[in-house]
Design a binder for this molecule. Structure first.
Ligand SMILES: NC(=O)c1ccc[n+]([C@@H]2O[C@H](COP(=O)([O-])OP(=O)(O)OC[C@H]3O[C@@H](n4cnc5c(N)ncnc54)[C@H](OP(=O)(O)O)[C@@H]3O)[C@@H](O)[C@H]2O)c1
Length: 250
């Protein structure tokens, strides 16, 4: 049986990814800060499917926690690592709460990079997949979320670049970018928390994809040979090769 590690699995997209991969027969390692929420998900998944779920409670934005998490789970063969934990901040840059933004950089960029690189070192020659959750905001600037978009540009660029070099160097590991558009989850309340932005005005009647729909599409990305799975302006999921230009020197 294969094993998937999913960060940010206590709610939203990560929780839906946990249900999707469980349904496909994966054992799971689920990571988040909320122990009770993860415990309920573990019990539900183990009663529905013949799989094993291991919960790991970590605040990944805290320095040193990604290394500790990786050391704790590294005895497992991790076939899929999904770096999904992340959050946003809705504000104009000059109104931003600096401590919230720096915490966001710590989670969206630092923690994701640390876990990705540890995984890449161990699995570069394995039949394994790294999926990093970016955003459509990782390919286009959104005026009320510029620092958030910058973190996601990093995620997209880093992950596409890793996949590019894995392919050009003939390695077995694959790296993929999942780029959701607005999706129903706790994300919007967290992003608007402490800001002057009214999320009802922001989304003004827009139909958001459900986290379950997105998770089904994410599984298609996992199965495909493509690098990027992105939601287009018509709210349709598209699989693509890399979007950023690439230069091979080696
Ligand atoms: N929803 C959207 O519209 C949307 C669009 C584009 C991209 N995304 C991206 O999709 C990913 C998932 O977001 P979501 O929409 O599912 O948001 P969500 O409903 O707020 O879920 C976020 C998850 O991340 C976990 N998390 C947050 N901070 C953490 C930390 N410091 N350490 C460990 N886990 C942490 C949360 O669990 P705990 O609180 O229990 O720790 C939760 O499980 C994010 O990377 C987000 O940027 C979302």
């Amino acid at each position: 049986m294969k094993t998937a590690l999913i960060t940010g699995a206590s709610a939203g997209i990560g929780k839906a990814l946990a249900y999707q991969f469980a349904q496909q027969g994966f054992n799971l390692i689920l990571v988040a800060r909320r122990q009770e929420a993860l415990e309920q998900i573990k019990q539900d998944l183990e009663s529905r499917y013949s799989i094993q779920v291991e919960n790991q409670i970590f605040d990944l934005a805290v320095s040193g926690q990604t290394a500790e998490l990786y050391d704790t789970v590294k005895h497992h063969k991790i076939d899929v690592l999904i770096n999904n934990a992340g959050f946003g901040d809705y504000d104009l840059a000059w109104d931003a709460d600096l401590s919230k933004v720096m915490n966001m950089v710590d989670l969206n960029v630092r923690a994701l990079t640390d876990l990705s690189l540890r995984y890449i070192k161990d699995y570069v020659d394995e039949d394994a997949v790294l999926i990093n959750v970016s955003s459509v905001g990782g390919y286009a600037e959104v005026d009320v979320a510029i620092p958030y978009c910058a973190t996601k540009f990093y995620v997209s660029s880093f992950t596409e670049g890793v996949d590019f070099s894995l392919r050009t160097q003939g390695k077995k590991l694959r790296a993929k970018v999942l780029a959701p558009a607005g999706t129903q989850s706790e994300f919007h309340n967290v992003a608007a928390d402490g800001s002057g932005i009214d999320i009802n005005e922001l989304y003004n009647g827009a139909v958001l994809m459900t986290a379950e729909q997105l998770a089904e599409s994410a599984y298609q990305l996992y199965l495909s040979d493509k690098t990027v799975g992105i939601v287009n302006p018509n709210n349709e999921f598209e699989l693509k090769d890399a979007i950023f230009p690439q230069v091979a020197l080696l």
